[in-house]
Design a protein around this ligand. Sequence first.
Ligand code: NAP
Length: 296
Amino acid sequence: MIKSEIDRRVNGETKIMGVLGNPIEHSISPQIHNTISKLLCVNSIYVPFLCSQEDLEKAVNGLRALNIYGFNVTIPYKEKIISLLDECSEEVKLIGAANTVVNKKGRLIGYNTDGDGFATSFENSTNKSFVDKDIIVLGAGGAARATALKTAKMGAKTITLVNRTVIKAAEIADMINNNTSCKAVPVSNSDKNLAKLLEKSDIIINTTPVGMHPDTNKCPIQEDITFSSRQIVYDLIYNPSETLLLKKARKEGALTINGLGMLIYQATLAYEIINEIDIPEQILKKIFLSFTNFDK
Ligand code: NAP
């Protein structure tokens, strides 16, 4: 009998993991998780779970009933999943979104690895920390909540949350001011002092989708704002690999980083939580290198 790789890897004891979302076709999580399992010789398989809004509750109960080992959650269910879980980490409660779910004997427990994935990628790319830094976060959605909370917990001095819907920025600022020693303030993205705030900040993090494929000619800030070589600009977008924001910042001397590292590290951290293992450093490096040339 001819055995394909999938025949060799999947048997009656194979643990099933996956990613729940809609759309899901674009996700590279299956490639990342299946590559880790292969490198670590873990008997598991990771598949996409496409699910409509109306079927979300049924799908989650189905995943529980089928003893799915664990799963990731992506757009648009990171917030909606919470009410369907049995337990959530403190971080999930503060962020209001979960991207990782572990099935512990039928109890579904939610975690969020976006903040840690972001911080790991930032530190590995810059060798710098957030301690005493003045940080600007553009956007006030789920990714902004996760990255702002993480940088605040890791010692940021101030965080300015810039958003077109300023009330959402104010909610995140309250959450940070009530739970960390960092001082957070909300600002409208049409505020007349925005240019000055951006220019004197140490780190700028774009968490809006502005500039993402296919709208690659868009930028989340005014074109006349200038950057300097003491600044770091991190764009959570990874497609394209260099957004208009990053191109402008790099040309003006800032250190620039795209969101691919965050994407990879949030996945490897989720893998560690679901499988209760530490991925060895050399395997993490291998994973990182094999996916950093990814550009759709
Ligand atoms: P979200 O919850 O929908 O939040 C999006 C935020 O961007 C909102 O604050 C929204 O403002 C703002 N925004 C959207 N369109 C805008 C526009 N045209 N002009 C100005 N502001 C705009 O989304 P999310 O889950 O936080 O994700 C945000 C981005 O981060 C996406 O591009 C996503 O792909 C990326 N992301 C990357 C990673 C990674 O691993 N690299 C992980 C998570 C997310 P309003 O509040 O006014 O609507």
